[in-house]
Ligand binder design. Structure first.
Ligand SMILES: [Zn+2]
Length: 87
């Protein structure tokens, strides 16, 4: 008697980063009042950069995807990306 254990292939994510990222301190969830710093569309991600003590940077989905590599390379000490932005 053999027990067959089905092994479903593990889906590999299409992107390196998970849909939601939070590092360092907890950041407030984004609201409609949070607007992209580049184009004033509704914010989809918030970044606190180590190099500055100013207000966090906020970007819409378009600008989050556009600047993601640069933002992560700038070593934010806290970041929050709404699910679905990176996909
Ligand atoms: Zn934008």
């Amino acid at each position: 008697m053999t027990t067959k254990t089905p092994t479903a292939p593990t889906p590999t994510p299409s992107v390196e980063a998970p849909p939601a990222i939070m590092t360092g301190e907890a950041l407030q969830p984004l609201t409609l009042a949070d607007r992209c710093d580049s184009c004033a569309q509704p914010g989809q991600s918030r970044w606190k950069m180590a190099a500055t003590t100013e207000e966090p940077l906020i970007f819409c989905g378009h600008h989050t995807r556009r600047f993601l590599a640069k933002l992560r390379a700038s070593t934010p000490y806290a970041s929050l990306i709404n699910p679905g932005v990176i996909a």
